[in-house]
Each structure stands twice: as structure tokens, then as C-alpha cells.
Design a protein around this ligand. Structure first.
Ligand SMILES: Nc1nc2c(c(=O)[nH]1)N[C@H]1C(S)=C(S)[C@@H](COP(=O)(O)O)O[C@H]1N2
Ligand SMILES: [Mo]
Length: 191
């Protein structure tokens, strides 16, 4: 019997390896206007605040290389992203002790929810570069959430806000039958 290859170890159950970078979203992408762009941190935080593009892109960034997994079964290896670490936003906004969940907000009312503990992983970014270049509009540019350890619908494109809440609140897909937890290794696709 052949032993599993390294590739098999990396591919979560039920996924296939995509060579291209599929584009998936509902509604039409928002047009980026650098003068009008805002990113809002709100909810249960000591320091609610809003960034414009110039202030946001002055925050410290981190670059990570990671695999991404879509619930429609494609996985892409070794994607490279740069952006503001979630931990940096936490440091600036200081979530109150009651804050236990995070909702990211995107264009057209899209939302996605994760526990604060999941968002606090060191590979979670508010990403605005992909492969060293500005993030393309079709992939959520100018800025999107990136939560590599969850199915990709949790990674809100055209992200314009992050909200800290006490009680969990299912997001756009979570109220339409997608699993609330969305761990690709547990195949948490739908409920
Ligand atoms: N604002 C917004 N973000 C979104 C979506 C969406 O419809 N709107 N779709 C999600 C889904 S289902 C997936 S698989 C990924 C796709 O990202 P990509 O187009 O860069 O591959 O974006 C996620 N983020
Ligand atoms: Mo998706």
C-alpha cells in the first residue's frame, strides 16, 4: 500500500486541488474609491474607531503563505497575502471582556461570523495585497478578511467593518444553511 503523500496530508477531506484562483461572490464588487474608503471597528470595544485608506495602510502588516479551502471543494495551495493582523486591530480597539464573537462586514450587506478565539489566530489578516500586488477587486480588493483555517466564505471580501459582539450572530451564508463553524478538516460544510 502506498503511504499518503505530503499532498494528501495537505488536502482536507472532499477537496480537490485548484490550479487557478476561482472567483466566488454574491452581488457585484464595490468600486474602490481611495478617498471614500473607510474601515470601521465597532461593537464591544473600548476604542471604536474608523480608518481611511491612508491610515489603514500605515498600520503594521504581516505576510503569510497559506492554503485556502472553499466549501465548493476547491483548495488552493501556497497563496501569499499581506495585511494588517487581526491582533493589531485587537490591540488598537481593545475588545471588552464580554466580546466573544466577531462579525466582519462587506459590500452588499455580506457578513460572516467567527468566535473571537478563531479570529485571534496568528494567520488571520485584513489583507490588501496578494502575491505582492494590490488585491484585485474580484478577490475582494482593496481589502478583505482572511481566515485560512475556515472555509473561505468566512473571509469577507470588500471588508468595510469589524464588529465585536457578545452573543453569536450567524452571517450571510450561515443563515442560508452553511455550517456555523466551517472547519475544512472536519468537513463542516452545511447543517
Ligand atoms: N463580501 C463578500 N465576501 C465574500 C463572498 C461574498 O459573496 N461577498 N463570498 C465568500 C465565498 S463563498 C468565497 S468561496 C470567497 C471567495 O473568494 P475569491 O473570490 O477571492 O476566491 O469569498 C467569500 N467572501
Ligand atoms: Mo465559497
Amino acid at each position: 500500500m502506498a503511504s499518503p503523500t505530503k499532498t494528501d496530508d495537505r488536502l482536507p477531506p472532499g477537496q480537490y486541488l485548484a490550479r487557478d484562483f476561482p472567483v466566488l461572490h454574491v452581488g457585484s464588487p464595490a468600486q474602490f474609491d481611495e478617498r471614500k474608503w473607510r474601515f470601521r471597528i465597532f461593537g464591544l470595544v473600548e476604542h471604536p474607531q474608523e480608518f481611511d485608506w491612508s491610515a489603514f495602510t500605515k498600520l503594521p502588516t504581516k505576510t503569510i503563505k497559506t492554503d485556502i479551502h472553499c466549501v465548493t471543494r476547491w483548495t488552493k495551495y501556497d497563496t501569499v497575502w499581506e495585511g494588517v493582523p487581526f491582533s493589531e486591530i485587537v490591540r488598537l480597539a481593545r475588545p471588552k471582556s464580554e466580546a466573544a464573537f466577531v462579525v466582519t462586514h462587506g459590500a452588499n450587506g455580506y457578513t460572516a461570523n467567527v468566535p473571537l478565539a478563531v479570529a485571534s489566530d496568528d494567520d488571520v489578516l485584513f489583507a490588501y495585497k496578494y502575491d505582492g500586488a494590490p488585491l484585485e477587486t474580484i478577490h475582494g480588493g482593496p481589502m478583505r478578511m482572511l481566515i485560512p483555517k475556515r472555509y473561505f466564505w468566512k473571509s469577507t471580501k470588500w471588508c468595510d467593518g469589524v464588529e465585536f459582539i457578545a452573543q453569536d450572530r450567524p452571517g450571510f451564508w450561515e443563515v442560508r444553511g452553511y455550517n456555523n463553524d466551517a472547519d475544512p478538516w472536519k468537513e463542516e460544510r452545511y447543517w
